[in-house]
Each structure stands twice: as structure tokens, then as C-alpha cells.
Design a protein around this ligand. Structure first.
Ligand code: ADP
Length: 693
């Protein structure tokens, strides 16, 4: 307790002492001197501002201790002198040495200081202080380094007023080395931008304490500064100032700190910029990617839709193709099948798979093979064909084989289209037949009515003159009407016979009564039987034969009808003054009978149809003569019953020739000689009955 009281008392006294000192200096301005160019401790910058580590420390102490100070920059030498002569109170920073310790009172160190040897980079023979012997060395006047160099023998010393001047001597090449404060040396070289040219040799030299110096007698002021110094060390002010001047500005090494800092700073900025840009770019990229992804997804959806549509269309096309009744097959230009629909497979009765080669297929028609090769050359091949279908049914096919051409007109394949028009053909034929029948009935009605009208008129005539007393006149009228009635009865009978026979021929009931006849004789007799009649019409008729006798088996009645029918047609379509030739030509297997006239002739395109039932070439042409259009059809049936053929050769406007070929065969009976009378009677009249005399 007692000890504590004593301690408290001592602290109290110290407090009183400091307070007294503070009060003593409170009103007094302490004059502080500093080197005007000893950076970074103290120096005047380009703008004339005096600053540095020492300046900041002094101001911080003054602020903390409540002192008024005046900092006066001056040349170092002058500062030392001013302190010695008490013209100033303190020097704000001085390296403590043995000599100086005798002259001045030093505060606690404001920092530890060291000296260094600076030489040009190409100097190699200096590695410590002693190596400077015999060299020219620059230094600052009254600086601690001056004291160090003085001890080295044979050194030529160049003393300058401040460290910068001394360093410039080194840079100019006026001296071999500069010895001075290490940190100041760095600072000056950096600010002169000459650091690259200079190197620092060896370890820190003469590590000393750097303190505030006052005159030997002025202990109080030193205590005051010591107190302030410990306060700013405690409150962190000292550290901040130290870092300001030494921690950031100057660094050891070959790279000047500022430049390094600048590079690092720029590096950091670039790194930040890069990171920022990367992040930004990344974000932009992400946005872009998400936009593109969305677009792609949309395109994808669109594509999918299009694909579905395409597939749907293809399916539809396939279905249409399958269901088309026409047979369709396509081949590529190398002859591989691209496809064939059901109708094609059925029509060709071949199973065609996709990819089947054309060569492998067996068609039931050579035309397709021929057309395929033509189409490959670029030609269109088309023909109406008849081929046997499934149940041996004859099909009518309109076959179209065309090239499939590419954009440059090159043949890329072949398409075969087969249209089965069998049904429509039959239908057309049925329609046509129906039309013909209608026409036939119209004709028939006319054919029936005309003879009836004639006969009716004849009866009326008879009624009118029947009561006449004039027997001669009555006789004449009876003869005339009897002839007319007879002729028209013949005409009606012929018509009815023809219709019956045609129907019989159609149904297969028309039978031949075959007997062996000399056909030359038969034809001649028939011809002769109508000579008078024909010549009456002003038409000449001739019979010619290259053989006298030819026995064949035939039905004389039918032959008679055939020849009389042809002759009656010749008379019908030949004008007066024309001629008719009936000719017989012998042959090996057939005998040829020709009936040729110089009549109106038959147009080429009608020559085939005249043998068809109910066909007449042209009403206007045949109008002069009546006819039902069944004569030639019946003739053809009768010829064919004899296993013969009939054809016509005609030039329109010049005449026609009907040529019959009958097979030469006999049944071996007695040969019948046709009686001329049997021919030249009623039958002739009947066959010629529709030719009005
Ligand atoms: P039709 O009873 O009408 O004469 P056909 O079958 O005998 O019937 O003859 C058919 C058609 O053939 C005739 O309407 C006529 O147009 C033509 N025709 C037949 N023979 C001859 C011929 N000798 N000269 C010119 N046309 C003919």
C-alpha cells in the first residue's frame, strides 16, 4: 500500500513535470530545422512544398503534445550550424553517432537508419567500404557517411550540399561511388528515373538510430518530443506516417517500386477489367446462347412440324398412289424400282418391290421393255395395248412410258403409267351398239313404211279404178299395181329374211346346207340372172374367170344371197354409165370371187366398219337408195360360215371391190349343177327389190 502510494506520487510528479514543460513550451514556438533536400525524410518538392517523413512526424508530435512548431528547411550544413549556435531548437532528423552524441542531445530514435554504397551498374571492383580506397567518392556534407569515408585511406572525397547533388556526381561519372543514406539514395534515383543505371553494393552499412537532435543543454525539449513520439506510436499515427513514406514509396530491388506498383496497379486494373469484361461477356454470351437456344428450339419445332407435314403428305401421296386405279411404276435411271402401286402389280401380275431391278422383271408385254429404254433416252412412248389379264380376260391398256426429268432436263428415271380402259371400252361399245340399234330401228321403220305406203297407194288406185268400165285401162292399172305390190312384198320379205338371218347368225342358228358345186358355174349363173336388170339401169356388167371349173362345198342359197347382195350394192352406189365386173381367180387353198364397180367408193376410214351390223357409211350418200345397214354384215356372216373371208378395197370417188376368199374343199357328193331358173327368179327380184326401177 505504501509502495503504491510512492508509485502514484512519482507518476504525479512526472505528470506535473511534463505539464510544466508543456506549459513552458505552450506559448513558445519551437523552431525545427530540417535538411532542405534529404528525401524522403525531408525535402522541398517541385511545387515548393516542404515535406517528408520527418516533417509529418514532427507535425504529428506537435499536434499530440499541443506544441507550436515552426519547421524551417535549410541546407544540412546550415542546420547543424544553427543548432550548434542555438539559432534553432531542434533538428528534426539526425543520424546518431559517437561524435554527434558529444555535441547534441538525441531523442529516442524515430527510426533505424543505414548507409549504402551506390555505384554504376558496370562497376565490378567494389563490394564493401574498404574497396573504395583509391576511388573518387561523393557524399553529403556533414552527413554520417562523410565520417565513414574519411576513415578509408586514399579516398578522394567529393562533398556536396545534399544527397541529390552527390548522386548526380555518380550519374555524371565524376565519381566512382556515392555513399549516403540508403533510403534517400533510392528515393532520389527513383525520382530522377535513373535507378536502372545504378546498383547498391553489400549489406546495410552503419545501421544507426535516426533521432530528433537538440543542443546538449536542452534536455527538456527532448523529453517533450520523446513523450509525443511514444504517444503517436501508441495511437498508430507513427505507423501510418512510416507506411506513407517507406512502406509504399520505396522498395529494395532492381525494379523501381513506383514502376512495380504501377505495373501491379495496371495489372490489377487489367485483371479487374478482364474479370469484369469476362463476366460481362459471359453474361452477354449466356444471354446470346439462351436467345439462340430459344431460336433453335423454335426452328426445331418448326422443322418438326414441317417434317410431320411432309410425312403426312407423303403418307397421303402414298395412299393416293396406292388407290389410283391406273398402274404406276417408277424406276431410277440405274434401273432400280422406286415404287409400284397395287394396280401396277395386278396388271403386270408381277411382284415389284422397291429396289427390284428392271432387268429382273418379266413383263407380259414387250412394249414396256422397249418403251423403258426409249424413255431413258428422253422419249415418251405411248400405245394402246391388249394383254391377257388374270382370268385370261383380254384387257385394253393405254400404256404411257415417260422420262422423269431433273431440273437440267437430264433423265433421272422412268415412269410407267398403265390405264386399263377395258370396261370403258365395253361400255362405249355397248353405247355405240345401242345407238346403232336405235338408228337401225329408225331405218327399219322407214324401210317398212315405204313398201307399205306403196302397197297402200296401189290398193287405193285399184279401188278408184276398180269400178271402171274401161277394161283396158283397168287391166293396165292392175298390172302396174300388181308389179308394185309384188316388188314391195319382196322388199319386205328380204328385209325380214335379213333380220332373221342376222339374228340366226348371231345366235349360231344359221346352218349351211353344204353340197359340192362348180363354184365358177354358180357365180356365173347368179351374175347372168341380173344382167338385164343391171343393164336396164344403164350400168354394164361383165363376168370373168381364169378357170372353167372349181368344185367346192358350199350352200348355194347363201352364196346366191352373198353375190346378189354385193351386186345390188354395186348397182345402188354406181351411177348410170358405170360398170360392174364379177371375177373368179383360182388359188391353191382358196378361190377368190371379186365384185368390182366404178361407183362412188368408200372412204378409207369407213372401210372396216361397213361390215359391222347396222352400219351405213353416210346417210346422205346412200339416201338415194334405201338400205338397212345389215346387208354386208349378213354377207360377212355367211362368208365366215363357209370359213371364208371378205374384204373391201376401195378408192373414194372411184369405185369399190369386194373380195371373197372361199376355202377349196369338197364333201365328195354328187356335184350339183345349179339351174339357171332357180336363181333367176323371185330371189333375184327379192335381193334387188330395194333398188327402185
Ligand atoms: P345397206 O342395206 O344400207 O346397203 P349394207 O350393209 O349392204 O347396208 O351396206 C352398208 C353400207 O356400205 C352402205 O350403206 C354403203 O354406204 C356402203 N356400201 C356397200 N357397198 C357399196 C358399194 N359397192 N359402193 C359404195 N358403198 C357401198
Amino acid at each position: 500500500m505504501h509502495k503504491r502510494s510512492i508509485f502514484r506520487f512519482i507518476v504525479f510528479l512526472l505528470g506535473i513535470y511534463v505539464l510544466w514543460n508543456t506549459i513552458a513550451f505552450a506559448d513558445q514556438t519551437i523552431r525545427v530545422a530540417g535538411d532542405e533536400n534529404y528525401p524522403p525524410y525531408e525535402f522541398t518538392d517541385r511545387n515548393g512544398v516542404y515535406k517528408g517523413f520527418n516533417v509529418d512526424i514532427m507535425r504529428a508530435i506537435a499536434r499530440t503534445a499541443g506544441m507550436k512548431i515552426e519547421i524551417i528547411p535549410m541546407r544540412w550544413k546550415d542546420a547543424v550550424e544553427a543548432l550548434e549556435k542555438n539559432k534553432i531548437d531542434v533538428i528534426q532528423g539526425m543520424t546518431k553517432s559517437a561524435i554527434r552524441d558529444k555535441k547534441f542531445n538525441f531523442s529516442k530514435p524515430i527510426l533505424r537508419n543505414s548507409q549504402a554504397i551506390f555505384v554504376m551498374k558496370d562497376t565490378n571492383n567494389v563490394s564493401e567500404l574498404q574497396d573504395l580506397a583509391g576511388h573518387t567518392v561523393s557524399t553529403q556534407a556533414d552527413d554520417i557517411s562523410e565520417e565513414l569515408i574519411k576513415n578509408i585511406p586514399k579516398v578522394s572525397l567529393v562533398v556536396k550540399s545534399d544527397q541529390e547533388q552527390a548522386i548526380r556526381e555518380l550519374l555524371d561519372g565524376s565519381v566512382d561511388a556515392f555513399v549516403g543514406n540508403r533510403l534517400t539514395g533510392y528515393y532520389v534515383l527513383q525520382s530522377l528515373k535513373e535507378f536502372d543505371k545504378v546498383k547498391i553494393i553489400g549489406d546495410p552499412i552503419y545501421s544507426t538510430e535516426y533521432c530528433i537532435a537538440a543542443s546538449k543543454k536542452n534536455t527538456k525539449i527532448i523529453n517533450l518530443f520523446n513523450d509525443g513520439l511514444s504517444r503517436i506510436k501508441k495511437n498508430g499515427e507513427y505507423d501510418r506516417i512510416y507506411h506513407k513514406w517507406f512502406g509504399e514509396t520505396v522498395s529494395d530491388g532492381s525494379l523501381p517500386f513506383k514502376r512495380a506498383a504501377l505495373i501491379i496497379g495496371v495489372g490489377i486494373i487489367i485483371a479487374f477489367l478482364w474479370i469484369f469484361l469476362s463476366l460481362h461477356w459471359n453474361r452477354s454470351l449466356k444471354t446470346l446462347v439462351s436467345i439462340r437456344t430459344r431460336e433453335l428450339a423454335n426452328v426445331n419445332d418448326e422443322l418438326k412440324m414441317q417434317q410431320e407435314k411432309l410425312e403426312q403428305n407423303n403418307r397421303l401421296r402414298g395412299k393416293i398412289l396406292e388407290n389410283i386405279l391406273d398402274g404406276i411404276i417408277a424406276f431410277d435411271r440405274d434401273g432400280y424400282a422406286l415404287g409400284a402401286n397395287i394396280a401396277a402389280k395386278e396388271l403386270l401380275q408381277t411382284d415389284i418391290e422397291d429396289g427390284t431391278r428392271f432387268d429382273e422383271l418379266k413383263f407380259n408385254n414387250d412394249f414396256i421393255r422397249e418403251g423403258y429404254f426409249q424413255a431413258l433416252k428422253g422419249n415418251i412412248w405411248r400405245r394402246d395395248l391388249e394383254w391377257q389379264g388374270k382370268n385370261k380376260q383380254t384387257l385394253n391398256i393405254d400404256c404411257n412410258i415417260s422420262p422423269i426429268k431433273g431440273p437440267d432436263d437430264a433423265v433421272e428415271g422412268v415412269i410407267i403409267v398403265m390405264h386399263d380402259y377395258t370396261e370403258s371400252k365395253l361400255l362405249n361399245e355397248a353405247k355405240e351398239y345401242d345407238k346403232l340399234k336405235t338408228e337401225f330401228f329408225a331405218n327399219i321403220s322407214h324401210e317398212l313404211r315405204t313398201p307399205l305406203s306403196v302397197m297402200f297407194a296401189a290398193i287405193q288406185l285399184l279401188e278408184l279404178y276398180g269400178k271402171s268400165d274401161d277394161s283396158d285401162q283397168l287391166r293396165g292399172i292392175i298390172d302396174k299395181t300388181a308389179f308394185g305390190v309384188k316388188q314391195n312384198i319382196n322388199r319386205l320379205t328380204r328385209l325380214v329374211n335379213n333380220i332373221i338371218d342376222v339374228t340366226k347368225a348371231d345366235t349360231g342358228f344359221l346352218q349351211l346346207q353344204l353340197r359340192d358345186y362348180n363354184i365358177v358355174n354358180v357365180i356365173e349363173e347368179i351374175t347372168l340372172s341380173v344382167v338385164d336388170f343391171i343393164e336396164n339401169k344403164g350400168i354394164s356388167i361383165q363376168f370373168d374367170t381364169d378357170i372353167e371349173e372349181k368344185i367346192i362345198a358350199c350352200d348355194i342359197d347363201k352364196i346366191e344371197r352373198i353375190i346378189l347382195n354385193l351386186l345390188s350394192n354395186s348397182v345402188k352406189f354406181t351411177k348410170a354409165g358405170g360398170s360392174i365386173l364379177v371375177k373368179i381367180l383360182d388359188g391353191e387353198k382358196f378361190i377368190t370371187i371379186s365384185v368390182k364397180d366404178t361407183g362412188i367408193g368408200i372412204p378409207k376410214d369407213k372401210q372396216d366398219i361397213i361390215f359391222e351390223r347396222f352400219r351405213q357409211v353416210d346417210k346422205s350418200i346412200s339416201r338415194n337408195n334405201e338400205g338397212s345397214g345389215i346387208g354386208l354384215s349378213l354377207v360377212k356372216s355367211l362368208v365366215e360360215l363357209h370359213d371364208g373371208t371378205i374384204r373391201v378395197e376401195s378408192t373414194y370417188g372411184c369405185g369399190s371391190e369386194f373380195i371373197i376368199e372361199l376355202p377349196i374343199r369338197v364333201i365328195g357328193d354328187n356335184i350339183i349343177d345349179p339351174e339357171r331358173e332357180s336363181i333367176n327368179t323371185e330371189k333375184t327380184k327379192m335381193e334387188f327389190s330395194d333398188i327402185y326401177s
